[in-house]
Design a protein around this ligand. Structure first.
Ligand code: COA
Length: 170
């Protein structure tokens, strides 16, 4: 069973998965529903984090070709309020591949379709997903092929973040 799960319960928001660009990016779009919000109409932060996990999971599943688990969600920043009725697009991108782990950046863009003022960057986060074999052991991943300068810069940034984490852990 893959994790994060793509829930199919009646209360779940409808979503659309679009895989793009060498299977390392995913875009998932949602229309925010009342059950996802507090009484003020703001979408719960935890709800947004679940959707971030879904977007990162889509990239990780596609790249690893098997079961993945979330190991870490870092630096979630809520930048712009997301309200009921807004159309929110989560863009996830594979930035670094280790032995069995994948570092994925996620950014969410929110748009009030009634206003026509375009979309606003609403949330950013970093997610680490780990690939597993069916027997629960860690799965060795294919190295990420760096195709351009943008990918190289992101890859180096992630390498430094990862090294910093390892230093802190000792
Ligand atoms: C994530 C997990 C598989 C790591 O297992 P582990 O035996 O500790 O594995 P290791 O320490 O050898 O680490 C394996 C990889 O994961 C990475 N990793 C492990 N813990 C991490 C963490 N907290 N943050 C970031 N990366 C982490 C390691 O850096 C390593 O990367 P690499 O293979 O690319 O070098 C394990 O801790 C686990 O199953 N956690 C629960 C996951 C879960 O339930 N998630 C929520 C539901 S999906």
């Amino acid at each position: 069973m893959a994790c994060p799960r793509f829930e199919r319960r009646a209360r779940s928001a409808p979503f659309l998965v679009i895989m793009m660009s060498q299977d390392i990016e995913a875009t998932i779009a949602y229309l925010m529903q009342p059950f996802q919000a507090n009484i003020g109409g703001d979408i719960h932060g935890g709800e947004i984090m679940k959707l971030i996990d879904n977007a990162a999971g889509a990239v990780a599943l596609r790249y690893s070709g098997g079961r993945v688990v979330t190991a870490r969600v870092d630096e979630v920043q809520f930048i712009y309020p997301i309200k009921v009725g807004m159309h929110v697009t989560f863009k996830a991108k594979l930035a670094y591949v280790g032995n069995s782990s994948m570092e994925i950046t996620v950014a969410a863009y929110a748009e009030d379709l009634t206003k026509g003022d375009g979309s606003h960057k609403a949330v950013t986060a970093f997610v680490t997903m780990v690939a597993m074999n069916d027997d629960g052991s860690l799965k060795k991943l294919e190295p990420l092929v760096i195709k351009d300068d943008e990918m190289r810069a992101l890859h180096e940034e992630m390498e430094q973040r990862r090294a910093g984490r390892h230093r802190r852990r000792g």
